[in-house]
Ligand binder design. Structure first.
Ligand code: ADP
Ligand code: MG
Length: 535
């Protein structure tokens, strides 16, 4: 199948044979938010009993389109056909009546209710709660058995993992007899094992004749589980193709509108002297709970150590101590010089002076001042640098702005307006501002947390290239990411964190997702031994 990415010519997957009407057909759907045209004349056909993927960069209009289908937004124009019948969906009750269920990106469960209560909430009329609960319990048990959807019906939602909460959302939809299930970025918060489990559930639902629409930005998931895939770009529907007839490369090109390298080429590492040495590092949070339990590691010049793990296993604390945002005990040396971990030189400013640059995980709170302009943010943390001083009193704002213009060009930051406030850039461009600032300081050690979270596929390629270029320029890089794909494709060594410890270290060339996934779940050897720089 081929699609002209210039003209965005549509190719539509073959409609199902026979007289089975499509589960969903949207015709000419448009929706604007103020001046933003979120959906522009969208057509899509979803065949009954299939898993249909929807992909597109951030802001392409995927969530808007599905929210229209679920009655959450009203389209400005266009028609919705469900099972071949023209259907108006003014609210979610109507969507449910039309057999549509939706699992949102941010779950809408009541945290201090039980699973059972959440499932029947809003679905049962009248005050006959006891019989409803009994009936629901039975239905849940059936659903659980049929679709690998087991959750303790009496557990409080607040005590459940994210993966289980998602299961409750699915149960809730099925309990309301959903025939069509829409999931918006369902795997963003899941471990690889949980994602696999979810896919088995979806497969089971499909086998029972249900129709699944899944929004994701992960091409691997599209290839693995969908039958057809629709690609959106800047509010338009670019193409719908059969998954078996496409490839990740083609899909990426359709999404971005140009060729994208899925894996940035990278030569072997050429590690030099040890730059970072961490010995027996421990950190306690404000409740005195140990968040890091004796971390030891080394990174040499010219190599990338990737830290893999499910979010919340100590990775953030590791970055925080290294970056000077938190105190710890143990030893950290950079180029042989010991860092202050508790005293008055334990701050971001001192760390920068010691050759450490930091792209923080949470760019909005730690990386940027959202109300300040791009050029002010480009100097954030480095405003005392000699090249930015006009005289002993004033900063050289012209020099700063010129410097920002240059970085905006190099890093393709859009729009290239130095005077625009940080909050007015998209997430990906905000990230590029931080990356540009930190990388251009030519650090010896770069700490980089979730570099591509919320970043578009085109910008991911660019940021990965920059990280590898920095490595090849002989810098030591600590990369923390919850995206295994990212770690696998750019790290030279992979350490897996679980519960504040390093569970083990693997060579990306010889390990695989399953092995890493087990370590991420806390299974496998807990190695207290220091990780060694590739000698
Ligand atoms: P996606 O899910 O593909 O990332 P969305 O459908 O969320 O994209 O957003 C499409 C566009 O519409 C974006 O530019 C976004 O900023 C805008 N948008 C979405 N929801 C709203 C809203 N409630 N108000 C204003 N703009 C919105
Ligand atoms: Mg979305």
């Amino acid at each position: 199948m081929s699609v002209d990415t210039e003209t965005g010519r549509r190719a539509t997957a073959a409609p199902p044979s026979g007289d089975v009407p499509p589960a969903i057909e949207l015709r000419g759907i448009s929706k604007a938010f103020g001046s933003v045209q979120a959906n522009k004349d969208i057509d899509i056909l979803v065949a009954r009993g299939t898993i249909h993927g929807i992909i597109g960069e951030n802001g392409a209009g995927k969530s808007t389109l599905m929210s229209i289908l679920y009655g959450f937004y009203k389209a400005d124009k266009g028609e919705i056909f469900i099972g071949g019948k023209l259907t108006t969906i003014p609210d979610s009750q109507s969507a449910i009546r039309a057999g549509i269920g939706m699992v949102f990106q941010h779950f809408k469960l009541v945290q201090n209710f039980t699973v059972l209560e959440n499932v029947i909430l809003g679905a049962e009329e009248g005050r006959l709660l006891a019989p409803s609960l009994a009936k629901a319990r039975k239905v849940l048990a059936e659903l659980a058995a049929e679709y690998e959807l087991d959750v303790d019906p009496d557990a409080l939602v607040q005590d459940l993992s994210v993966g289980l909460q998602q299961r409750v959302e699915i149960l809730k939809a099925l309990y309301r007899h959903a025939d069509i299930l829409i999931l918006d970025e369902p795997t963003g918060v899941l471990t690889p094992d949980e994602a696999d489990h979810l896919f088995r559930i979806l497969q089971g639902l499909k086998d029972q004749g249900k129709t699944i629409v899944m929004i994701t930005h992960k091409l691997r998931e599209i290839m693995e589980i969908t039958d057809n895939v629709s690609v959106m770009r800047r509010g338009t529907m670019v193409a719908t193709v059969k998954t078996a007839e496409t490839s990740p490369e083609d899909l990426a090109e359709l999404m971005v509108g140009r060729k994208v390298l899925m894996h940035v080429p990278k030569g072997p590492a050429n590690p030099g002297k040890v730059v970072l040495e961490v010995e027996n590092l421990a950190v306690r949070d404000e409740h005195k709970v140990e968040r890091l339990r004796g971390i030891s590691l080394q990174i040499r010049a010219g190599e990338i150590l990737g830290i893999a793990g499910v979010a919340g296993n100590g990775q953030s604390e590791l970055l925080a101590v290294l970056g000077g945002f938190a105190n710890g005990t143990g030893k950290i040396r950079v180029n042989g010089v010991e860092l202050d971990l508790t005293g008055r030189h334990s701050d971001g400013q001192s760390r920068r002076a010691q050759g450490i640059a930091h792209v923080p995980e949470d760019r909005q709170s730690l990386g940027l001042i959202m109300d300040f302009t791009a050029w002010e943010n480009m100097a954030f943390g480095y405003h005392n640098a000699p090249e930015y001083q006009k005289n002993w009193l004033l900063m050289d704002n012209d020099a700063l702005r010129a410097d920002t213009d240059k970085k905006m060009a190099t890093y393709d930051i859009r729009p290239p307006i130095a005077t625009l406030a940080a909050k007015n850039f998209s997430g990906g461009n905000q990230q590029k501002i931080v990356v540009a600032r930190e990388m251009e300081r030519n650090p010896d050690l770069l700490l980089i947390g979730q570099p591509t979270r919320g970043v578009d596929i085109g910008a991911i390629e660019f940021i990965h290239k920059q990280i590898i270029a920095l490595r090849d320029a002989g810098k030591a890089i600590l990369l923390v990411s919850v995206e295994l794909d990212e770690i696998m494709s750019i790290a030279d060594r992979i350490a897996v964190m679980f519960d504040g410890r390093i569970m083990g270290e693997r060579d990306p060339a010889t390990t695989n997702e399953r092995e890493l996934g087990l370590l991420m779940a806390g299974m496998g050897e807990a190695s207290a031994a220091p990780t060694k720089g590739a000698a």
